[in-house]
Ligand binder design. Sequence first.
Ligand code: MN
Length: 708
Amino acid sequence: MIRQGELLEQVHAYNPGADDKLLQRAYDYGERMHGDQKRVSGEPYFSHPVAVANILTGLRGDLATIVTALLHDTIEDTEATYEEIQQLFGEEVATLVNGVTKLTRLELSSEDSAQAENFRKLLIATANDVRVLLVKLADRMHNMRTLSCLEPESKRLRIAQETMDIYAPLAGRMGVQGFREELEDRAFQYLNPEAHDALKERLQGIRDESGQTIHAITRQLQNHFAEADINATVSSREKGLYAIWKKMERKSISLEQLCDITGFRIIVSAVEECYRALGIIHCTWQSVPGRFKDYISTPKANGYQSIQTTVIGPERQRIELQIRTRDMHQIAEYGIAAHWAYKENANTALAKNMTKQFGLLRQLVEMLKRDETPEEFLEHTKLELFQDQVFCFTPKGRLIALPQGATPLDFAYAVHTRIGDTCVGCRINGRHMPLRQTLQNGDEVEIIRSRAQAPMRMWEKIVKTGKARSAIRRALRKHQDEEEVYLGRRLLEAFFEQAGQRLSDQLLERVLATMRKSSIRALCAAVGRGEIPAPKVLDTVYPQTAGKSGGNKSERQASMPAIRGVRPGITTHFAEGVFPVPGDRIVGIFTPGEGVVIYPIDSPKLRAFDNQPERWNDIEWDTQNNTNAVFVARLEMVQLDEIGSLNSITSLIADYGANIVNLRLQRNESSFCDVQVNIEVRDLKHLNKIFSALQGLSVITQLRRISG
Ligand code: MN
């Protein structure tokens, strides 16, 4: 395990002004918190965060990054909390550690390849500070270096695959080439051990053979540059195993060429020298057409700058060369991390250039999201999608990708339809939030559920995803159907009973064809919706009972009202479309052939008789003789169109001992529904009780009585 003193020394080597106290405190705190926890290898657990910190000193990480590395597993694996770390090490470190913790909690199964891409996008999207990503990369690096200790093999393979799919490409995109190469090679070793070992052995052979040649080429280049008075450092390096393997696979070639394994690098002081060095190389050896690339005049999106060329060398072998300045080399090696090295002395030309190019660290993340070089076109189109996505977690750390603007309801439906259907509330990052809240990247969303819940119509307006919307519609349709079937059945039962008949499935079965319905359920639903009036069904089943049941006069009570003030022998009946009940003031109008037609006193229809006072007849209800009679009253209401609301209305009416004799529903565009219901009541008092009880229902937004 790396001692505290060693780590301090490493940091001081590139950051002499670093705050020793802070580093020491972080080291001590981490060591204390992890206590006697052990890694699978048996080593003290704390050796891991220290190794991660050490890896990051290789990238010249700033102080907050090194401290974060030391603490990166404390929130997840020890008693430490965000608040405590914030108190002890400040806001910056606490935010960074929290960011790493979030990424650690992501659960990813390698079988779920669709998640792999999401995951990489998420890493970028969640880590709003690029340092979080670097710590995570270093964390993965150390885990890969110690992967052989992990059991069982399936676990090793999963982690290796994840490294290959996610972390190595991420390191590449961030421009940290050293990280990418090592991560790739280590993953390769586990994913394809045979190829890895064979290639390694073969390379050793080539290395032995070509050692002399490499030396000769280096010497020759150095001499040429010295003659031209260019201050250049020439070096050669072997490419990564996996990079060589991929190239062999891609071009299906064998490993014979020097250029396949070795690259030469020429580092000079100034940009102008790059082009002069290139001229010398192209004059000495013939260049290979199509292999010349000038990334100095057109840098890659991740900031990479170099001239690349391939030439035919002294022994007819191909040689790959990179030419760049020292500043460019920094960026090529450290990528985004190179920014740190120059942040402190902001006056150098490179620092100004980097600042101009990259802006603040936060904006570096933005840069990662964009990518405009043609060779990364594919990547780019994928990222297009991702810009309008948010990534959230379940409490267990599962990643859910949603469109921008998505709400907890979308989240619930994305996890599972059943979870969506039974959602009653949510907590976002531990706090109760409304279901219409817009989700942010990295939000942890906990869905609160209840078995009694059913989707509501207003949910449709809250959700963003098609999946949630169609699930809600499906559920609403189902519940609506059930409600309508239930209601239709009740209406039919009531009408049959009035007609002195008993409703049965066999009876309904007989009229299905006539009513053009495929099932009893469909018939009941049509009655419930008001599409087929219940009396019509009765008339179809028992044509002869039409008169008795009231037929199209079904909206009136079965018996004639007992009225005082009319001479015996003269018939009385209510006018069409009026619904007075005992207690309402009424008036009778003599009508030839019909007797006395009864109107409520405030009926607008009475105006037609204003000029015929001789027809007006003072009448009143004969309450004594109406004791068992019931009268139809009509109510109109606007009801919140939610599952169960119609039911609450009908049950309330039933609770007050009133019968529903007709009901019409009119669904609007909005989440409201117009309801017209005819109920049988004893008198005005009875009606008023029901009326005020209905007013107390929260699902009713408007209520009025229609009397005439
Ligand atoms: Mn770790």
